[in-house]
Write a protein of this length. Sequence first.
Length: 275
Amino acid sequence: VLHGALSPVGGGTCSVLLSHCVTRVPSELLTQSVLLSHRATCHPRAEELQGHRWATFTREEICAYQSQPMAEMWQRCARRVTEAIERVVEFAKRLRGFLELSQHDQIVLLKAGAMEVVLVRMCRAFDAATRTVLFEGKLAGPELFRSLGCPELVASIFDLAQGLSALRCSESELGLLSALLLVNAGRPWLQDRPRVARLQGHLDVAFRLLLRRTRREGLLARLPSPGQLRALCSQHLEQVQAFRRLHPGVVSASFPPLYRELFAADPADVPAGTR
Ligand SMILES: O=C(O)[C@H]1CC[C@H](C(=O)N2CC[C@](c3ccc(C(F)(C(F)(F)F)C(F)(F)F)cc3)(S(=O)(=O)c3ccc(F)cc3)C2)CC1
């Protein structure tokens, strides 16, 4: 699925026309193109988030979610996280240099980093005052997800969103942070590590110059550590496995193929040659 989503023919990647940027240096050009790609692939868009006062769920609605069967709530959430990941794939395709990497390395980077970008993007639709996140059109607290049966994972997800929203990141900061979560030469299984490292280097310089220009150097020390994000993603994988043991067949029967490929590839799916 990921392979198909990455084929240039498939999704029309717009080459970002950087208009009216006469005095910009290469790293500012890169920052601008990352910001455009981020804005174009986030949901909801920044404009929708600003003015809008989102409603919270009523007690009855929360009870309805809490009494959903576990499999139903998991399917619902898996669908939503898959839609978010598809937008992250589109973001990656618009990142200058990403499509020039080998297909193999593009897939390695997305498999390792897409969920991290989804979790970082989550802070955009998180309300720190009420500790709620936008879910299916209204603001939901952690208790709404009780029927998933993974309270620690949900709590960790909310903690991350809380921490990130306290940093009050700009869209440019979130865009460059997301790009650096994807273009990470430290990921295992990369074929052309030096090539990924070069692209990562350009993004790193652009991020540091942005922070210096905006006097936000202190942000670097306060971002979630790679270890925190990695721990969250492995907690997620553990919970998917736990759910599969409780409900054999549900994941393979009704979860989106992209979700299964990324988080639940069982040995049967792996092509014989690489087993
Ligand atoms: O595309 C965008 O720009 C945004 C990116 C961020 C998106 C977002 O916040 N999300 C996409 C779906 C969201 C999401 C996050 C985590 C998970 C899981 F880990 C598990 F269910 F186990 F928690 C799973 F994967 F195992 F199922 C499923 C779905 S959600 O909004 O449904 C949500 C669910 C649980 C929460 F406790 C908080 C949020 C988060 C919304 C769309």
